[in-house]
Design a protein around this ligand. Structure first.
Ligand code: ATP
Length: 194
């Protein structure tokens, strides 16, 4: 998957609509302290399904909405869109995440409403996503060097695109346990009738 475009509006310090083209290859973001470099990387992670407000440097997820300054009022929503090319697909992919105060997040893939889980799984299968090692934020390199073997394995699994399989396996195991419980209950009911 090649992410080609990032559009933001009302997201953190990007109160006005911003439209960035991402060219193939390695992309670096440079600029003075506090200009919003980390906010851009967070916008990418956020639209790919990040669920941790803490990792967005906020207390709650609504903290990603522009909070206002001395000269500009706060906003009621934030929206981030990415456009990407998919391997082996002719059509472009467009993913949108929007959050409104008091209403939580909503996601769309190519104009269709989807669940957060659908977005996270789609990116995990494409070997990218909110926790992709391809997004290198400050301190990330030293975190990889210091990581424990289990954590390093998780990063390799993410890069290999198999982390989505763990989620599906967990789901399947939960359904299996529920079915086993139902069968046990059924046996009890049949036993009571005999
Ligand atoms: P550094 O180089 O110091 O790490 P940076 O370029 O990575 O800085 P960011 O951390 O991305 O900068 O941006 C910080 C700026 O974003 C701060 O000015 C902060 O006030 C602003 N900011 C963060 N969240 C919001 C928000 N919800 N509303 C308005 N501004 C916000």
């Amino acid at each position: 998957m090649q992410i080609k475009r990032l559009r933001l509006t009302g997201f953190k310090s990007f109160v006005d609509p911003a439209d960035l083209r991402i060219e193939p290859g390695l992309t670096g973001i440079v600029g003075p302290n506090g200009c919003g470099k980390s906010n851009l990387l967070e916008a990418l992670r956020w639209v790919m399904g990040e669920t941790s407000a803490k990792s967005m440097r906020g207390a709650g997820m609504e903290d990603v909405i522009f909070a206002g300054t001395a000269t500009r009022p706060s906003r009621d929503f934030a929206e981030v869109t990415i456009q990407a090319d998919q391997v082996g697909e002719d059509d472009e992919l467009e993913v949108v995440r929007r959050i409104e105060r008091g209403a939580g997040s909503a996601y769309r893939i190519n104009g269709r409403d989807v669940r957060a889980k659908d977005v996270a799984l789609m990116f995990a299968d494409a070997a990218t996503g909110a926790h992709s090692p391809a997004l290198v934020s400050q301190g990330r390199i030293s975190a990889i060097i210091m990581a424990k073997p289990g954590e390093r394995r998780a990063m390799l699994e993410e890069a290999a695109g198999i982390s989505g399989l763990h989620v599906r396996r967990k789901d399947a195991e939960q359904r299996l346990r529920a079915t086993e419980a139902n069968l046990t209950r059924l046996d009890e009911v049949i036993g009571d009738q005999e």
